[in-house]
Design a protein around this ligand. Sequence first.
Ligand code: C2E
Ligand code: CA
Ligand code: CA
Length: 741
Amino acid sequence: MAMGGLFSRKGGGDAGPSRSPGSNAKLRPIRRDDAERRLALLDDFEESGLGWFWATDAEGRLTYLTANAAQQLETGADALLGRSLSSLFVPDQEEEQESQRTLGFLLSSRHSIADLPVRVAAGERETWWTISGKPQLDGEGNFLGYRGSARDSTAQRESQRDAARLAQYDSLTGLANRHRMSKRLTSTLTAYRAAKRSCALLMLDLDRFKQVNDTLGHPAGDELLKQVAQRIGSLIGKRGEIGRLGGDEFQIILPDMDDRGELGDLAARLIQMVSQPYSIDGSRAIIGSSVGIAIAPYDGLETEELVSSADLALYAAKGGGRGQYRFYSSELKDGARLRRQIEEDLRDALHAGQIDLCLQPIVRVDNNTVSGFEALLRWEHPDRGPIAPDEFVPIAEESAIINEIGEFAIDRACELAAAWPVDLRVAVNVSPVQFASGDLAGVVERALARTGLSPHLLELEITESVFLGDQEATHRLFKHLKKIGVRLSLDDFGTGYSSLGYLRRAPFDKIKIDRSFVRGATQDDNNNAAIITAIVSLAEALDMETVAEGVEAMDELELVRARGTSHVQGYIYSRPLTQVEVLERLADDKLECEPEGPARHRADRQTVFKRIGVIHEDHRYDVVLRNLSRTGARIEGLLEVPEGTDLVLDLGGGQLAVAVVRRSDGYTQGLEFETPLVRDGTDGLCTRHRVSPYALAAAGMPLASLPPGHYPLFNAGEEGGSRSRPKFLQVDLSHAGSKAA
Ligand code: C2E
Ligand code: CA
Ligand code: CA
């Protein structure tokens, strides 16, 4: 209490030596019996506002309160006299309720009160006092009431609260910080574990946020983060808790969520919202985002495990490139290990001659003639066999290796094309990393000079993401490349951060329509066909060619032709070829190329080759999954299963899908799922729900993550010996067509 200092000053006035020897004035100590001067001192103190006094009678009624204090209660001191002390205060929230109870308890039990915070029951503004007091007794020990002091502690309390807030919240966005999120997650998981409830954890990370920071400056980056936080907040609302873990990383806890269909939709909406353009101080900024999702209890029971699962899923989503979400699966863990291995092996691959290019024809649709080839990287790994560029290019992009590989690709493509007997174009992919960092124009000039290829035969394929970088430098580079005389083509159009603005300014000769628009364009449940039409008319208006990528079926070819694309690249004409194969064709003067392929593209049916389990009655069989769509699957390995049979497919990781046999032919069955599968964010499919480890625990399994393909629930019959004879004969297909398509 502040007054302590005042009254303790040198024993309350018994004569003492002067502390200022330089002063000539005579010292006039206040004696204990000098009531008048002591009172004046107390008056001064009361008026200073540093502290107040109060007193009650034996019934707890106020007999005194400093006038200043009464003002805070918005009444005169006299009006308060006779009221009970505790009626001046109100219970606040939880913690404060506690102190209110304590005050009542202390008063009624006649204990001393020491620095007790109480909330004042008056006014709009929240006011807090800290009160102290002592019971007064007469000579016989009879209780007379209390005497005490009080002071206004509102400001101190606010600053304590701010400090507490700071420790829990991110000051930039106002969202919970890493510390709070982690605490929340732990308490949620602990509570939910007992209640066998589920909880989803989403990790969201901005794509290329660094570029915004670098080009628009840090204040703009901060502003962007605030806007991102608002957008996430408006979408999630009260459904979950949102936090910023630092940098451009956000986390969302969604209690009682385990439906992967719903979560996938939510993640897609999040990505879409975050990817809309931002206006920051008059500048426009576009960023993307990726989302990783893990769900307790399936993907982790403890905070650390769940977070690391969500992190892995996020990492996989980012590796997939542009604005994707991804669910955690146990395969990702193996994937992460593989990735590190690939990164290591990649360092020597180029020098060891393991990397080369193959060539896929690009065909004019009006006369089916080859106009050129796209050069595609191929890595022949000594142990693993061929590794696709989708797998190693993103890894190379994380290090400087991409520049080396990119330089090689340009040089090698020029070399291959220069060796062709006819003038045909060669298109080379340029990574946005390579575009932003290295000396791309120099690389191109040197390659052309070394191989003697004419510049107009070299085409560089660039993706939209280059426009997210330094605009000035990008345009300078475009200009330089045009001066050299090479052609520019906009790759994967429509998948990135499509802004038509830059299309007008950038000197592209060609737009490549991404294969995700071609796929499914022939079905009527989407507007892909309309998008293709729009892109074609846009390209025509700007005098650019169009290439439809990934055309596989006749109906797709018909559609893109009808919609006016000038070129097609896809398996319908040819898969990528080796230089030897290309030279053979060209030697025969064979520029014509006949389309060849299935009549129709089967609705999102994926060709797969995967061993899975099938459960029928109390038996489990091993079969091979040959294709999979949202609504059904084809399996091989069981003989003569009648149509109409109910089966359960065990797709791994707790994913059980109930299906009925619709077609049956020898050892092949076509199945229809009871509930359609949902997208896993990338190219795959998954079940909406999984068998909970709790259910397995109930069946006698330890409450740990699920070992793949072990379901005592379904094998329960085994032990009792009551197992019936298997209904179907299982055939071993390990030698038949075991190569993935
Ligand atoms: P992209 O530029 O979109 O290349 C086309 C990809 O589609 C190629 O895959 C090609 O084999 C595949 N494709 C062609 N026709 C069809 C079809 O009818 N159906 C299907 N499903 N796919 C078809 P690839 O060779 O695996 O290349 C994948 C990606 O790797 C390329 O996509 C490109 O982004 C990247 N890439 C390839 N070579 C290079 C390179 O030299 N440098 C850089 N930076 N990236 C490269
Ligand atoms: Ca390409
Ligand atoms: Ca492409």
